[in-house]
Design a protein around this ligand. Structure first.
Ligand code: GTP
Length: 251
């Protein structure tokens, strides 16, 4: 075995997971701009993904669209919810294509699959093909949510994680994990290191919406909630460091 392969195997063995689904919010791409895609921020995110990809971990991505369009917010202002959600799904596709570009510029091979057919832009979502891409070492980016209105991109992340047999969902946020109350408003907010799905649902903790949490609960899919603004956190989780909050069946 050549030296490179030996090194790669040693690094690989350090990751606790072989296949994960990383959920990013659209806002993660906007940086301080408050809207759209910040080229520096997206480059940094791509670098982090490249780092963990180099560990030999198979990575699928679901990205939100809130930096461009928020379906739910538009519907509260009178827009038809379904139309607003479809616009949100298009926003996730813009982000997926931007992330694909950022990753491929630094040499990470990717495939974008969309839940809504846009054949000229990207592949349609085909579960078995997505798995094949992962096995071949490609980062797969799932665009357009579940393809259905009334479902969030968090639900899309849960669904896709199940479908591709990911071992965990890594849910990126702007804070360190799950708190008992909003840490931006309350100085005494307590960070949980572990919570159950039921706690999240009963206490209305803001991790993911209830559809997404229920899906994870019914299928025993653990969610690792962590702070994406701190460089290296994805790698730390994969290497088993205690970080952020784990949402699971039991604590
Ligand atoms: P394998 O050959 O199975 O390893 O996968 P592959 O993705 O390399 O092969 P394929 O021929 O399916 O795809 C070649 C390129 O075309 C990739 O960049 C795909 O993302 C892209 N591609 C495949 N299907 C579609 C499609 O329906 N629409 C668009 N826009 N691109 C596609």
């Amino acid at each position: 075995m050549v030296q490179d392969e030996v090194e790669q195997m040693t690094i690989k063995s350090k990751s606790q997971f072989k296949r994960v689904l990383l959920k990013l919010s659209g806002e993660a791409l906007q940086g301080d701009k408050g809207f759209g895609i910040d080229p520096v921020v997206i480059t940094n995110i791509a670098d982090e993904i490249k780092d963990v990809h180099a560990m030999g971990v198979e990575i699928a991505l679901v990205i939100g669209g809130g930096n461009i369009f928020r379906g739910l917010a538009a519907s509260t202002q009178g827009m038809d919810r379904a139309s607003a959600d479809y616009m949100g799904m298009l926003a996730t596709t813009l982000n997926a294509l931007a992330l694909q570009d950022a990753l491929e510029r630094i040499g990470v091979v990717t495939r974008v699959q969309s839940a809504i057919a846009m054949q000229e832009l990207c592949e349609p979502y085909i579960r078995r093909k997505a798995i094949r891409h992962l096995e071949k070492g490609r980062v797969v980016i799932f665009a357009a949510g579940t393809g259905n209105p009334y479902f969030t991109t968090d639900t899309a992340a849960s669904l896709r994680a199940m479908e591709i047999h990911a071992e965990a969902i890594l849910k990126a946020t702007k804070v360190d994990g799950v708190y008992n109350k909003d840490p931006n408003k309350h100085k005494d907010a307590k960070l949980y290191d572990k919570v159950t799905y039921l706690d999240v649902l009963k206490e209305g903790l803001e991790v993911m919406d209830s559809t997404a949490i229920s899906l994870c609960m019914d299928n025993n899919m653990e969610i690792y909630v962590f702070n994406m603004t701190k460089k290296g956190n994805i790698k730390r989780i994969l290497m088993g460091q205690k970080l952020g909050t784990i949402v699971s069946k039991k604590i």
